[in-house]
Design a protein around this ligand. Structure first.
Ligand code: HEM
Length: 467
């Protein structure tokens, strides 16, 4: 009997994958004795493991089928093979906290090679040389804090929000996700590089940045026509534009000088880091706020009341300031709840530096560990009715200990306060100026990064607030 060619090819391909996987398992999982006490789980298909299942898109206020099934079959801690490496997946609050708190001692950041190719070897997110990480982090913190509390920054941020609201006048519908990206990119350029919105170099950067971000979540094949290849090219264009911009920024260079000598490549990498880490996250937060508030009329009303009360204390057109921000109690609850339900960052990636024992399980040296934030945020044993958007749950101070949208430990997000500040200012102007609805079939999805695949189309109506 002669078998058809596709069957023979499939058989040969399967055999090659099987043998490669055996070799991979043999060489990668070197010390088999170190594997006693591993949690249950499945290593999935040869080579690709369970990466496909893990990355399958799902609504961001749910944990998705993959984690749901594994957790009910194996428990909150299980083994798997994800992004080409043996991995412990943790949906457990205690283990996740333990991992974050033991950065440098027991665990280190460990992102796949294609991510390194795009972000560059100096990126803070990837640095595992601890002294370098500390130094670069301190520079990035200084840059973030440089303006954050100055009246100059507040008035610029306020102006940017006002002009966004003005640009919507007369529009019935807007695709909010795209608008949020442009807006948050302008904010990032303003806060990190003191660039005015609309500067031509800024627009050029945004175009390249969108390509860069697309490549970040694409299949890592570096060819001229692939998203990954285009992203690497976009990165080098971004680098040369940034080099040009940085040269003229005195206050940026003053901070750099204070922190010791840095090469141009390192300086560019620092700015790129901030733009990369702050741009899509902040625009994602604004979009999630618009989404969840459209579904919760009570929360929206409370929010409006808070901002109307604030506005009544101010002169017409007077920009918000730090004192106003500190009074936005309910706004903070809304932002925190949005971060819990919306899960902008589903997980982080770490690697065990040495063998670690925790809760009766063993994590072998060299294995990856994925602390999953979304499953903690949506765990019914930690939060009552977890998929419900309920800002009032934040009146209980214990809630903040069970929610980690900004990570924790030595790598805790240095931009968390800036992101909240920007979101609060944006909300102030939004709720005083507009009412809006979101179409039924719009959902925030984790793919695995948060996305609104339909662009978050909102129907707008001007609000007439009696002040
Ligand atoms: C809602 C908005 C944001 C969220 C949810 C968020 C989330 C996170 C998370 C989870 C991490 C930890 C990554 C890890 O442990 O591997 C992180 C790190 C980081 N974030 Fe954010 N972030 C946000 C906004 C920002 C902004 C606005 C900036 C900059 C201005 C920023 C800059 C950074 C940097 C530089 C790191 C790396 C820190 C390090 O490795 O030491 N982030 N962020």
């Amino acid at each position: 009997m002669i078998l058809p060619l596709p069957v023979i090819l499939t058989f040969l391909f399967g055999t090659v994958i099987f043998v490669l996987n055996l070799l991979f398992q043999h060489f990668f999982l070197v010390d088999k004795h170190d594997h006693k006490g591993l949690p249950n789980g499945s290593m999935g298909l040869p080579l690709i493991g369970e990466t496909y299942g893990f990355c399958t898109p799902h609504k961001s206020f749910s944990i998705g089928n993959f984690l749901q099934q594994r957790c009910s079959r194996y428990g909150k801690i299980f083994k798997s093979n994800i992004f080409g490496a043996p991995t412990i997946v943790s949906c457990d609050l205690d283990l996740n906290t333990f991992v974050l708190q033991n950065e440098e001692k027991l665990f280190q950041s460990s992102y796949p090679k294609p991510v390194k190719n795009i972000l560059g070897k100096h990126s803070l997110l990837l640095l595992t040389d601890f002294d370098r990480h500390k130094r670069f982090r301190s520079i990035e913190m200084s840059l973030i804090n440089k303006f954050k509390c100055t009246p100059h920054f507040f008035s610029h941020l306020d102006k940017l929000c006002v002009s966004l609201m003005e640009s919507w006048r007369g529009n019935q519908f807007i695709l909010f996700f795209k608008q949020a990206k442009q807006f948050s990119f302008s904010m990032m350029l303003m806060s990190v590089l003191e660039m005015e919105p609309g500067e031509p170099l800024g627009l050029e950067l945004l175009k390249d940045f969108l390509k860069f971000m697309k490549g970040f979540v694409s299949i890592p094949i570096n060819l001229p026509w692939t998203h990954h290849g285009k992203a690497i090219k976009a990165r080098s264009r971004i680098a040369s534009t940034l080099k040009q911009i940085i040269k003229e920024k005195d206050s940026f260079n003053e901070i750099m000088l204070l922190k010791g000598k840095l090469s141009d490549v390192e300086k560019v990498s620092i700015v790129l880091d901030l733009l990369f880490a702050g741009f899509e996250t902040t625009s994602g937060l604004l979009s999630l706020l618009v989404y969840f508030l459209a579904k919760s009329s009570q929360a929206l009303q409370n929010l409006k009341d808070e901002h109307i009360a604030l506005r009544r204390k101010k002169k017409e057109g007077e920009p918000l300031n730090w004192e106003d921000y500190k009074q936005m109690e309910f706004t903070m609850m809304v932002i925190n709840e949005t971060l819990r339900c919306g899960n902008l960052v589903k997980f982080v990636l770490r690697e065990a530096i040495k063998g670690v024992d925790f809760k009766g399980y063993h994590i072998p040296a060299g294995w990856k560990i994925l602390p999953i934030f979304s499953s903690m945020h949506l765990d019914p044993s930690l939060h009552e009715n977890p998929s419900k958007f309920n800002p009032w749950r934040w009146t209980d101070p214990a809630t903040s200990k069970k929610v980690t949208p900004f990570g924790g430990g030595l790598r805790m997000c240095p931009g968390s306060e800036l992101a909240k500040l920007e979101a609060a200012f944006f909300l102030h102007h939004l709720v005083l100026n507009y009412r809006w609805t979101v179409k039924e079939d719009e959902y925030p999805m984790l793919c695995p990064y948060m996305d609104f695949p339909k662009g978050l189309l909102i129907a707008l109506e001007a609000e007439t607030t009696d002040l």
